[in-house]
Ligand binder design. Structure first.
Ligand code: ZN
Length: 433
């Protein structure tokens, strides 16, 4: 063995069957090479003693807008409509690639510190976001947010932008970046744009990332214009399939749940954003009962206002319990799956990430239980993570076999420099309005 090996010993490993025990794990290059009760450490490049720490897959955030981390706290306590029209869109009009790069780096710092190693993004200036991801060492699915409002010229430009992103960035950063198509939503993307999206998805084997059924207003508007509810309309025009990740999916009829199931559409649940913008409560426990793949997303930090996926999972679980008045729904095991294997399935990446198994990529985090909010140890590890922990209990973050944070210290990114640049960027953007 050699320098390209990392041995993590004495860790409580959260394995896919929740049959957790203290073991050692060996990383070779970018993958998990061995998991055993004991592994010989002679000749190993680096040894991490994970006594008192839980080892689990790097978390997967299936819906966010990373550069919007710059807009954290910009405008709060507003409806989605007012928030977008009066605050976010005017600010976005002055964005450029450099601002988006800085915003994405700021988001990456937060993701790494709170244990997320993979995220799915939809925004603008995505080649600059790709650059930030390459620098940060994490993994991402990137899509360009296509909006045409029925304008044919704009539609061509948007499609070209997303295709150029695919050609320039798919497979970039040692395969850590994949590119999806990102039609923004059924109310901002025309039928023609959505039909073209499906054709390109089939031609290039790209996934599709779209916001669907976020607010009641969207249901009313789409129903008035198309005579169908959003998922009925998307089914009719042929957009739906197992490669579609539908963010939000809050307002669903029983027929629409059947449609989602029938086409194996993946749902990304964003409870904090839905609660903060008072959009509604997605029927997550009902979707899971129906066998739908439901993953978790934070949405942008401007409507959350953080990217802490552990906090998001707790919110998801509690929200389902109080809405259904059934404390048994969305258990801590199910919640953990939403941020690991279900997230990987949603992004078509489950053969490589989302669980701790030999042969998979070494996307791994350690959570330190030697903390006030995690002591005494719960007999149920997932309960200790979901209900007691938060992102700041994450101690070590590894992505693609590379250590990005150890003992809560970032090893690749310079966080103070990034905070200073982010503060300067938002100052300039506010002055430009
Ligand atoms: Zn969103």
């Amino acid at each position: 063995m050699s320098d390209n090996t990392i041995l993590i010993k004495n860790a409580i490993i959260l394995n896919p069957n929740f049959d957790n025990k203290k073991q050692s794990l060996l990383i070779k290059d970018d993958s998990i090479a061995e998991i055993a009760d004991e592994i010989d450490e002679s000749g190993v490049g680096k040894v991490i003693d994970a006594e008192g720490k839980i080892l689990l897959p790097g978390l997967i955030n299936t819906h966010t807008h990373l550069s919007m981390t710059l807009f954290r706290g910009l405008a709060d306590d507003l409806s989605l409509d007012t928030w977008l029209n009066d605050h976010i869109w005017p600010m976005e009009a002055n964005l450029n690639g450099e601002y988006c790069y800085i915003g994405a780096l700021l988001g990456a710092v937060e993701l790494i510190k709170s244990g997320t190693t993979t995220f799915s993004d939809m925004y603008f200036y995505m080649e600059d976001v790709a650059r930030a991801i390459e620098d940060a060492g994490i993994r991402a699915v990137l899509s360009y947010g296509m909006i045409d409002f029925g304008d044919a010229e704009r539609r061509e430009n948007e499609l070209n932008e997303n295709l150029t992103l695919f050609k320039n960035c798919n497979g970039m950063a040692d395969g850590r970046i994949k590119v999806f198509l990102g039609p923004h939503s059924p109310y901002t993307a025309s039928e023609e744009l959505l039909v073209r999206t499906r054709e390109l998805a089939d031609e290039y084997g790209m996934g599709i990332h779209i916001h669907v059924s976020e607010t009641q207003k969207e249901i009313d508007d789409v129903s008035a214009e198309k005579g169908l509810r959003p998922f009925e309309y998307l089914e009719k025009i042929g957009l739906l399939g197992p490669d579609v990740v539908a963010a939000h999916s809050v307002w669903l009829s029983d027929d629409e749940i059947d449609i989602i199931k029938k086409h194996d559409v993946k749902v990304s649940h964003n409870p904090c954003s839905n609660m903060k913008l008072a959009s509604g409560v997605a029927p997550v426990s009902k979707l899971i009962e129906n066998g739908v793949c439901v993953s978790i997303g934070t949405d942008g930090a401007s409507s959350n206002n953080n990217l802490d996926l552990i906090e998001e999972l707790k919110t998801a679980s509690l929200l389902q319990k109080v809405t259904t008045l059934d404390p048994k729904v969305l258990s801590s095991d199910e919640a953990i799956e939403m941020a690991t294997i279900k997230g990987a399935e949603a992004l078509g990446w489950d053969s490589e990430i989302g669980s701790i198994e030999v042969g998979k990529k070494a996307d791994i985090i350690l959570i330190d239980t030697n903390a006030a909010n995690m002591t005494p140890d719960s007999s149920n590890i997932t309960s200790n993570i979901i209900y007691s922990a938060n992102g700041s209990n994450v101690d070590t973050t590894i992505c693609n076999g590379k250590v990005l944070m150890e003992n809560k210290k970032l090893t690749v990114l310079d966080e103070d420099e990034i905070y200073a640049k982010a503060r300067q960027a938002i100052k300039e953007l506010k002055e430009a309005i």
